[in-house]
Ligand binder design. Structure first.
Ligand code: FMN
Length: 357
């Protein structure tokens, strides 16, 4: 369905080239201050950057049309709406017959014969804009609990950041277009995106996200474990194809003695030496930072000629994708990953009684 969350429920609506996109956020506590400037800043981080993002220019002005009065939440469902203004649907009609490899066109057209193909319809990356707006609203609740969430680009194309990173690095990455943690990496990642774009191609990468300050025990057994719900949210982001927590796939190759993080009593609380477990054991937070990495595939819409099937004539055919696309999704996905982490953690903290609903 188009709804995510239990205590804090988010429903998304709209399509890429329809009049608007948006979301309804139900379950927000009443009386919470709404930071309009904070929302604008987060939306700005999702905006495409010159040379490495789509040329589609959307203002992404967020209209709050219910649930907020005098910049405070009323307790009623909050509706956030973002108009689609810079729309050019002319290049999409051919995909109704010639679906783009790698995009949602083929299964969507077979499943929904009246699918809105313009801009990818409801499967467009544009649908992540309301998530970012909602995340910016909800971030306030977590900050009041001293829970802080940050993400950055761990890799783009063949460029990987090998250093250990923290929330400070993620904050700094907000100043760089690729969301790298250092200017040199930013230059290298930008080059990798530009080189692919020049070849009529695209690149993917990895977004790393940290959740700091969670109390011990967030996450409900069995199916609402912290990992399960985060994975549900993360895999709902278009183009996410892999996810790992802590040492993730690397832990499959290590020994228990290497992978177990020994406990220590430190300044009145239990900590672990090392964080292979990524802050989650038994589906519950351990009090150590939650560490998570989401793999994004290369953007499916590339300008090279590709093989496809003509859905009208049912013969092999070819398609050349035109229109405006991101040669790399990763930089714009960083605030989306943060937003989904915020929404998930806030929901689970409400579920578990860590935050009053
Ligand atoms: C922020 C963001 C921007 C995106 N931009 C594009 C784009 O410009 N062109 C494109 O083909 N796909 C883009 N995508 C990815 C597609 O929406 C996605 O690959 C497609 O819906 C198929 O879904 P799947 O990759 O999850 O299987 C974007 C995704 C995100 C999260």
């Amino acid at each position: 369905m188009n709804t995510f969350g239990r205590s804090l429920r988010l429903t998304v609506f709209g399509s890429s080239h329809g009049p608007a996109i948006g979301c309804v956020l139900d379950g927000m506590p009443a009386g919470l201050e709404v930071d309009e400037e904070g929302i604008r800043q987060e939306m700005g981080l999702r905006r495409p950057q010159e040379g490495i993002g789509t040329p589609r220019k959307e203002e992404d002005e967020v209209n709050i049309i219910s649930g907020v009065l005098d910049l405070r939440t009323t307790g009623a469902p909050i509706t956030l709406m973002i108009e689609n203004r810079d729309v050019d649907s002319s290049k999409y009609e051919q995909f109704r017959r010639l679906p783009r490899p790698g995009h949602a066109d083929m299964p969507a057209l077979i499943k929904y014969p009246n699918h809105d193909i313009r801009g990818g319809g409801q499967f467009s990356g544009r649908m992540t804009a309301p998530l970012v707006a909602a995340g910016a609203l909800v971030r306030r609740i977590l900050e009041e609990e001293d829970v802080h969430i940050g993400a950055f680009s761990r890799s783009i194309g063949d460029v990987t950041d090998h250093k250990g990173r923290g929330l400070e690095d993620s904050r700094f990455s907000r100043t760089l277009a690729t969301r790298a943690c250092e200017p040199d990496l930013d230059v290298a990642m930008r080059r990798s995106i530009e080189a692919a774009a020049q070849d009529g191609d695209s690149v993917g990468g990895v977004v790393e996200c940290m959740i700091d300050g969670l109390p011990i025990g967030v996450g409900e057994p069995w199916f609402d474990s912290l990992e399960s719900v985060l994975a549900h949210g993360m895999f709902s982001i278009p183009a996410v194809k892999g996810l790992e927590f802590g040492d993730g796939f690397k832990s499959a190759m290590s020994r228990g003695s290497q992978n177990n993080d020994p406990y220590r009593w430190h300044q009145g609380r239990i900590i672990t030496r090392g964080n292979c477990h990524g802050g989650i054991l038994g589906g519950m937070s351990t009090g150590m930072p939650v560490l998570m990495r989401a793999a994004f595939k290369p953007t499916p819409s590339i300008s090279r000629k590709q093989d496809t099937v003509d859905l009208e004539r049912l013969v092999d055919s070819e398609v050349t994708v035109q229109g405006r696309h991101d040669p790399c999704i990763v930089p714009r996905a960083v605030p989306v990953v943060e937003a989904v982490a915020i929404l998930t953690v806030a929901d689970l903290m409400m579920e578990g009684g860590f935050i009053a609903p």
